[in-house]
Design a protein around this ligand. Structure first.
Ligand code: NAD
Length: 235
């Protein structure tokens, strides 16, 4: 580990929010809150039955609204504020726990539970309240065209130009609580490594793409990540 890094990129997945009480995807055996993914997280499902898909995400909102950041989210926020180099956070999570912990500029590549996008004008609206098939877009005033701003299977990830730029310029890549099976995020470590970054994985277990990580830190992120951040800040 060198004295300081210029550009740190942290990729987080559902595992970082597990200690805040939010179930991971894998832990639920491929079901998301007891629903098969193809019924609630594909564009075909949304076209077939938008009311059902809206209801699913509306029902998730209270739990995610009430969730509190845990020591892992807080450690990353502290790193962003106190580290002399740049620290960027890319998250696959649709919760907003990084923001609640005080992090800025978080790139939500899979979208956010508290947002909806208008399929008519492309603008995003924020709401922790119910969004449904009658909701009027506050930008173009057209009703019935709002989609949860969640990236469904088969859709392109958000913010990818910025993500590519970060991966190509980072000198430390840290992955926290992601199983490494959901692409293209699973390939981010490979890209960062090709461009010369040192790579760390924080997880409870060894993941399927562990080959690309220089270091594996096993354990709960809420325990391991704060220690790692203290080491980085002490250098
Ligand atoms: P995943 O559920 O596939 O994998 C979670 C990983 O975290 C596993 O490898 C597990 O071993 C690890 N883990 C669990 N608890 C941990 C802890 N306390 N400390 C460290 N590691 C821990 O998650 P994924 O790779 O992010 O992919 C699932 C997709 O489902 C995501 O892309 C996301 O969009 C969505 N999702 C989001 C949330 C959320 O927003 N909180 C929750 C569930 C699923």
């Amino acid at each position: 580990m060198p004295q300081t890094y210029k550009n740190i990129v942290v990729l987080t997945g559902a595992g970082i929010s597990a200690e805040s009480g939010l179930a991971t995807f894998r832990a639920a055996n491929g079901l998301w809150n007891n629903h098969p993914v193809e019924e609630v997280a594909t564009i075909e499902a949304f076209q077939r039955n938008p009311e059902y898909v809206h209801d699913f995400y509306n029902e998730m909102k209270p739990e995610l609204y009430g969730a509190k950041p845990n020591p892992a989210h807080l450690a990353l926020s502290k790193l962003q504020k106190e580290y002399p180099g740049k620290v960027s956070i890319i998250t696959q999570n649709v919760d907003t726990l990084h923001e609640k912990a005080g992090s800025n500029g978080v790139l939500h590549i899979h979208g956010q539970i508290n947002q909806a996008v208008c399929l008519n004008c492309g603008q995003v609206m924020e709401s922790w309240g119910e969004v449904n098939t009658e909701t009027v877009c506050p930008h173009c005033q057209v009703a019935g065209m709002m989609k949860p701003n969640i990236v469904f299977f088969g859709e392109s990830l958000l913010c990818m130009n910025e993500v590519d730029r970060l991966l190509q310029s980072c000198d430390l890549f840290v992955s926290v609580g992601t199983s490494g099976v959901v692409f293209p995020a699973a390939a981010f470590v490979q890209i960062a490594k090709q461009y010369g970054a040192e790579t760390y994985e924080f997880n409870l277990e060894t993941t399927s793409n562990n080959f690309y990580f220089d270091h594996h830190i096993m354990g709960k992120a809420g325990e391991t990540l704060p220690k790692f951040v203290e080491v980085l800040l002490a250098k």
